[in-house]
Design a protein around this ligand. Sequence first.
Ligand code: F6P
Length: 550
Amino acid sequence: MDLTQSAEWQQLKTHSTSIEESHLYDLFENDETRDKRFSFRNQDLFIDFSKQRIVPETLRLLTELAHANNLEEKIKDLFSGQRVNTFENRPALHSALRLPDYRTLELDDHDIVVDVHAQLKKMEILVERLHSAQARGYSGRPIRNVVHIGVGGSDLGPLMTNRALCDYPCPASHPLEVFFVSSMDGSQLSLLLKKLDASETLFVIASKSFTTLDTLANAETAKDWIMDRSNVDENLVLQNHFIGISANPEKMTSFGISEDNQLLFWDWVGGRYSMWSCIGFPIALQIGSTRFRELLSGAHCMDEHFRSTPLEQNIPVLMALIGIWNINFLDIHAHAVLPYDGRLARFPAYLEQLEMESNGKNTTLDLKSVDYATCPIIWGEIGPNAQHAFYQLLHQGTEKVMCDFIAPARRYNDIEEQKGSEILRRQHILALSNCFAQSRVLAFGDHALSATDDVPFYKRYHGNQPSTTILLDELTPFALGQLIALYEHKVFAQSVIWNINPFDQWGVELGKVMASETLSVLHGNNSLTEQKMDPSTLTLINEILNLQDK
Ligand code: F6P
């Protein structure tokens, strides 16, 4: 039966009419235990759903919807290596990347945990060589700069994580800096190349497919740059200055990367779920291999929770269901991610890919068009900065928006070097007070004030914007691992209810085909009239060609 026709969906529809009429202020007035009832803890992560527009009955009906859609079985399928990515006929086993080495997981009669740990070990040996200044460039000088070239899932995870864990000192015995390059137009690379010394620079080419044009264009530029400066044989340059990370070893080899310098992952790891594989190499370089393993343990801890906790207490499941409640029953289609910690600056961008590339789908697994909304528009910014940018819309605009507030409970006392940073700790408390103040105003509006009689209409706050607050005890590798895996599993649980495939991304393919076609026109290889191009694009191309002739 179609999802929207099911009894569970219809019951939620009926239930939503009563909630539509209630204000969060009243929901709190009517239930003094809301905060306890709707908050949960898993190890270092505490989550408060009480500012969501739900009552106990909502969660009961939502979990019934989940049971009716076999969520528990689907979770088992995910972890056991069933081909849940049906359109590509592959499992989605990112959870296997964080399994401890004493576990086993058979895929096609082969224990993939052995492969995972072999690559992890190989990565750690490379990390150690770089940390101990054994890795040397063409002139014999030790490598001091590592430039990670990748895009999308081969970039955002490590980029976000290295920023998030930037307080952890790099354990290298000599200075080592890690940089990221993703943009196709070469702007990031050109800035870096101006300041780096080629003889001390290593490039890491990260691409699951090793065919992504953005990455290959940057990689070719990087190779030419070193060749120009080194005056040595190309093989020597490639051997000493290039490492590849991919699920496509043949392509790495044809680029010229030797087997010793290749780190592998597998087609059963989706690009946007790959930071736990050797794609995490720059993370291990920055924080060290031991802490990289703590990140994996944090994610594994969330895996175990997701795999074995009843739906009613299962945090990623509840997060998913509350999202579905907001989107499909309360008609909210915008989702702001608001970390109150500058180190999580790239977390919203990471989630934009994770959620929107996964669940931005309009076709069901049985090849029908959906007749319900799926993934909402997700965007975000460091909370305190966003307060001075788009919170006006959250508070007094016309759009309904759901928000995730994220903050570490403790800061500036978690790492040895920072102990006693009393002055900075004050700033952390200031950020927390803003975080809690904003979620209060969003929820309660004017009700948060003691008196509103004299407040003019244009200064009024309606409130009733739902939010979830996630507190990490501290922003450690372990807690960050938990946080990321929480969102990964939320995305999966939502995809199950929506009956869509979260592990493919056909929607980005046509743009790539059209780009190669357009490129050949821009190179003047095809006559413009031969191409069946729209007049708008032809005019734009003509503008470029005319300007380039000048
Ligand atoms: O074009 C989208 C995409 O395929 C993402 O899913 C992926 O993370 C990114 O491109 C990069 O792909 P690759 O790792 O193969 O270079």
